[in-house]
Design a protein around this ligand. Structure first.
Ligand SMILES: [Zn+2]
Ligand SMILES: [Zn+2]
Length: 285
């Protein structure tokens, strides 16, 4: 069952400014009724007041947020290959099309029909087809390009601001200037200290499998991972980091495994792996 989603304009713009997140939150449990591989169509309102199609999120994982999370309990993660952010500049107004769908949207200002729980609605297969047709001629949003997380994280953790600057400039991902400064000025300064703290806290062990290179080889081989990826808006803070072995770290990056707050696990394509050793608090963003 496809879904329609009203993405609040300021949240949509923040998503692009911080590094396209390819995920959406809502308080309505309907969000989790979508099938894996199904499409969620998100529309938003530009500062000029035009309603435009912002994204087709092709769902690859569903997770829950911690209790009290401000954007709602439910989260969807998009497939990075199949999901599309559409260019909103110069896009014609989509209000008429949305009013023709099976969703009820009678309020004179379109957004008023999509407030609170009503921000997410079921679509019929015919609605979905109409949106596929509509999107056929839309341009893609160039700012939604992703920075390579593995490289970015490694360079930030090494505390190498010059390398981070080069990477961000070379990739030209279109993130906002203050986010760029955050990534290449603040993060490389702070992160090496966070890694040290994590290694002390866990005696160098992998929080997922308990592998303990420190006792086996007298070397710190476990690595810090940002639960909410830096390239997708994550904070360089201890409450967003876990200490894991290189194998788990590669597996998480290569499969784009999100973290589920419902059971404290990483969601891999075929299974979940729960954080076994937890001595510091993680926070959702
Ligand atoms: Zn491990
Ligand atoms: Zn990582």
């Amino acid at each position: 069952m496809p879904l329609l989603y009203h993405w609040v304009g300021k949240n949509y713009r923040r998503d692009l400014d911080w590094g396209a997140g390819y995920h959406l939150n809502q308080s309505n449990p309907l969000l989790h009724e979508i099938d894996l591989g199904g499409s969620l169509w998100a529309f938003t309102r530009t500062p000029a007041g035009t309603y435009v199609l912002a994204m087709e999120l092709v769902v690859r994982a569903k997770t829950k947020n911690p209790p009290g999370y401000r954007y709602g309990a439910y989260r969807l993660w998009g497939d990075l290959e199949l999901s599309r952010y559409f260019r909103t500049d110069g896009q014609p107004d989509i209000s008429e099309l949305i009013r023709r769908l099976s969703v009820k949207a009678a309020a004179p200002v379109l957004g008023r029909s999509f407030q609170g729980h009503a921000a997410v609605r079921r679509l019929t297969p015919a609605d979905h087809q109409a949106l596929v047709e509509y999107a056929r001629h839309l341009l893609l949003e160039p700012r939604a390009r992703l920075l390579p997380e593995e490289e970015l994280e490694a360079r930030i953790l090494l505390g190498d601001p010059d390398a981070v600057t080069r990477l961000i400039t070379a990739e030209a991902p279109g993130i906002a200037d203050d986010r760029r400064r955050y990534l290449f000025e603040q993060a490389p300064r702070r992160n090496p200290q966070h890694v040290k703290e994590l290694r002390q806290l866990y005696g160098g062990m992998c929080q997922l499998c308990g592998w303990s290179p420190k006792s086996l080889y007298r070397r710190d081989l476990c690595e810090a991972h940002h639960v909410h990826w830096l390239s997708r808006g994550g904070h360089d803070a201890l409450h967003n980091m876990v200490l894991i072995c290189p194998n788990h770290h590669r597996a998480i990056h290569r499969t784009d495994a999100p973290f589920d707050w419902a059971d404290g696990s990483f969601v891999f394509p075929r299974n979940r792996e729960t954080v076994q050793i937890s001595r510091h608090l993680l926070q959702a963003q």
